[in-house]
Design a protein around this ligand. Sequence first.
Ligand code: FAD
Ligand code: SF4
Length: 334
Amino acid sequence: MRPISYLRPDGTQDGIESALRAVATDPGSHFLAGGTTEVDLLRQHVLSPHRLVDINRLPLAGIEELPDGGLRIGALTRMSEVAAAPAVRRRFPFVARALELGASAQLRHMASMGGNMMQKVRCGYYRDAESRCNKRLPGSGCAALGGVSRTHAILGTSEHCIATHPSDVAVPLAALDARIHTRTLDGAHTYDTDAFFLAPGDTPDREHPLTHGELITAIEVPALAMAERSLYLKVRDRESYEFALVSVAAALDVEDGVVKGVRIALGGVGTRPWRARRAEDALVGAVATAQSFDLAARAELGAARTTAMNAFKPELARRTLVRALETLTRDGSR
Ligand SMILES: Cc1cc2nc3c(=O)[nH]c(=O)nc-3n(C[C@H](O)[C@H](O)[C@H](O)COP(=O)(O)OP(=O)(O)OC[C@H]3O[C@@H](n4cnc5c(N)ncnc54)[C@H](O)[C@@H]3O)c2cc1C
Ligand code: SF4
């Protein structure tokens, strides 16, 4: 038994200050939101906080509509609430769909949007305290390289880590250039998704730029007209309650058969939610045909580096991306 103390600040601005102070000044204190990642890892002895600071009473829930048509989603808003919100479903259908296809109904009712951004990798070696893992214990090595790596990443990997980023909703958020708002004792900060989700490089233990005790307060989704015609496709080993082998978030604007604008991000294949900028560049100005979609997918996946076990992923990703774009061209939003 490990003793863990518990603090639950109240729902005022003072409560926010007290939560920030409690965690920022103590490396052994962690924020607790829905607990669906934190408590799991605590039970598995991967995380070992001596104090949990429950942020659920802080005034950080709800969805605010911004004057330009964007949204500000409070960090404590539950995944299920965001998925059901009419403004999300109408303006950003791929965000709603990515949330609906994540985890299970029970988990989506508990899990918060801020916690989703901060969830840890699903690599089995990370979650097994006995295995070598550079993310959990820097410098110890990576057991997945040469180990069981069927679900691991093919884009943005390094010789130190090949774990995929697990979040579904972070994929359309990357396509939308969403911004993550945070608070520290020094004030407010904002990160673009590109700057927020870090590739492993030489420092796989750093998954985001936040300092210890930095609190996500909200996710800002900028307005994007073409997102009304958007789709999230998730391919996985079973139809529900499973992480993506490959997923695609895409929004498309086609006029007179020519691609005027496109946003694409991939999940299940990258060490971070993978913005497919090469595919986007290849598509803008191209005729919207299966052949252009295929060329764009190949442009993106040319950079893939596979292991013996996940060598199927580039082809699966290519097919999923082409299917997503064909579906959008044919049917509109999903
Ligand atoms: C069985 C299972 C299946 C799952 N399947 C999927 C899936 O298919 N797709 C998917 O996307 N996700 C999936 N998840 C992950 C799930 O979405 C995350 O566990 C959840 O979003 C985390 O939110 P939470 O509020 O429970 O976070 P918590 O567990 O409370 O916290 C997670 C981490 O974030 C930190 N944290 C929480 N809130 C904040 C904040 N506001 N600011 C700073 N730090 C914070 C905590 O300290 C902790 O380190 C699955 C989880 C489980 C257990
Ligand atoms: S892939 Fe990353 S998370 Fe998995 S064992 Fe290697 S270093 Fe750890």
